[in-house]
Every structure is written in structure tokens, then in C-alpha cells.
Design a protein around this ligand. Structure first.
Ligand code: MG
Ligand code: MG
Length: 269
């Protein structure tokens, strides 16, 4: 069942989403060679609690940590550990926060020091595929329109689109209806209606779309061992148009990235 939100609820959800955005912005300055994912996890938990929220993933389905940390060939759901990050790694950080009864949930894939040009390209294309998908989250469109846009953009660049893990509705529950696959057919699936809030999150592999799961019961990784990238935003449908609740601007500020990519998704800049 799809739960639509009132404008008041959407503003509360923006608050939760922005706590995650700020957490990722804080982490952007800390991601570097020699730092462990477990250290970053502790920083994130303290930061979220300092902002009057609770970590959204900790304990959810018994997940043991605040962050899902998925380096290199790991796609999503990696568990933080003491192993230091190494120059040239990429690390997907997925973070959730719960405040006022609503969840925020978003993710960014960071570069650790200097990364290979082909890896940088994977990150750029995956981030862009997210925007391609968000653009289709509008009145009259359906779930398949978002999936189609992401899949087309990623596959046109020769990448594999993970099938087994998908985006989702978001609200008082972390994973609400509808499921939001990163692949699909135009005009198919559930129709978008005013007040829907979804997490759109392409998981794009440099090579094959096929994945394996580690026997820790969580970690998803690419079957061919090639890198995978993951970017996620929380988006509400307001006035028939996509309204971004989360933002990468804190990350951009930390990393010196200048972009106006999010501007088209903000109705009150
Ligand atoms: Mg997430
Ligand atoms: Mg999500």
C-alpha cells in the first residue's frame, strides 16, 4: 500500500533527509586513506544523535551498524570494519536517520584519494543516472518510467544495472511501497500521485549486473569483482513535480565540487 504524505509531513521528512545529507557532508572530509569504515561509522552515529535523531539502519532487520559501507566491488549493505581504506578505493556510504517518526535514507559513493579514470567515470554516470531517474518522478508517470530512464542511461555507457536490489517508498517505515527498480519499461507499474515520497537509488556495476551475497548475510558484491557505485536521494512529488528532500550540497562544499545539478528539483530554492 502506498502512503501519501501531507505537505506538513513532507517538511518533517525533509528534516530527516537533511540530517543524513549533513552526516554525509561531515563524512566527506573524513574519507581518506588509512581511515577505517568502523571509525567513520562511529562518527556518523554521534553526529546523527547530536542532531536529535537516531540512526535509521542500526538494528533495522538486525543490521549491526549506523552506516552501510560498501567499498569497491561491494554493491550495498557492507558492514563497517577495522580495515583501513586505501588510496584508489571507492566507498559507497548509505545512511539512514529517524526523526519525528520519519526516515531519511540516502547514499553517496566517495573517492578515496586519487581513483582510476574509469572508476571516476562509473561514479559520474551513476550519479547522473540518479538525476535521469528523479526527472521522471512526476505526475502522470509510472514506476517503470523512472527505472527505464536509469537503466537506459547506465546501459548506454556499457554498465550493468543491479536487478535484485531496488529503491522504495519512504516514510514512517524505511521500506514502503512502491518498489522502485532501477530498470523497467516506460508506462508500466504503479502510477505516481501527489504526496508520494520515494528513495531512488541506482546501483550500477562497471561490469556484469550479476551479484553475490557474502555469508555474513548482508554484503552484496559484484560477481565479476569489478567496482560498483551507488547514489541515493529522497524525493517527494509536490505540485506534480519531483521535489528533492535530501541534498549533496554539503558533500559538494566539503569536496569543492561546483554544480547546479540539483537546482531543477527544488521548487523553493
Ligand atoms: Mg539507502
Ligand atoms: Mg534506500
Amino acid at each position: 500500500m502506498i502512503t501519501v504524505k501531507s505537505l506538513e509531513e513532507i517538511e518533517l521528512m525533509r528534516e530527516s533527509a537533511l540530517i543524513v545529507s549533513k552526516t554525509l557532508g561531515m563524512l566527506a572530509k573524513e574519507v581518506k586513506p588509512g581511515v577505517s569504515t568502523l571509525h567513520l561509522d562511529a562518527l556518523a552515529e554521534a553526529f546523527i544523535r547530536d542532531h536529535g535523531a537516531t540512526p535509521g539502519f542500526l538494528g533495522l532487520y538486525d543490521f549491526p551498524n549506523t552506516l552501510c559501507m560498501s567499498p569497491n566491488a561491494q554493491v550495498v549493505h557492507g558492514i563497517p570494519n577495522k580495515e583501513p581504506l586505501v588510496e584508489g578505493d571507492i566507498i559507497s556510504i548509505d545512511c539512514g536517520a529517524l526523526k519525528n517518526g520519519f526516515y531519511g535514507d540516502h547514499a553517496y559513493t566517495f573517492e578515496v584519494g586519487e581513483v582510476a579514470a574509469e572508476t571516476k567515470k562509473l561514479l559520474e554516470v551513476t550519479k547522473q543516472s540518479l538525476y535521469e531517474g528523479i526527472r521522471q518522478f512526476k505526475a502522470g508517470n509510472r514506476v517503470g518510467d523512472v527505472g527505464y530512464a536509469i537503466q537506459k542511461y547506465a546501459e548506454d555507457h556499457g554498465y550493468g544495472v543491479v536487478r535484485e536490489l531496488v529503491g522504495h517508498g519512504l516514510g514512517r517505515v524505511m521500506h514502503e511501497d512502491p518498489e522502485m527498480p532501477n530498470y523497467g519499461k516506460r508506462g508500466r507499474g504503479k502510477k505516481f500521485t501527489e504526496g508520494m515520497v520515494v528513495a531512488i537509488e541506482p546501483m550500477i556495476n562497471m561490469g556484469t549486473k550479476s551479484i553475490n551475497q557474502l555469508n555474513d548475510g548482508w554484503t552484496i558484491l559484484t560477481k565479476d569483482g569489478k567496482p560498483s557505485a551507488h547514489f541515493e536521494h529522497d524525493v517527494a512529488l509536490v505540485n506534480g513535480k519531483p521535489e528533492l528532500l535530501s541534498t549533496f550540497k554539503y558533500i559538494d562544499e566539503a569536496l569543492g565540487i561546483v554544480t547546479n545539478a540539483e537546482d531543477e528539483f527544488r521548487q523553493n530554492p
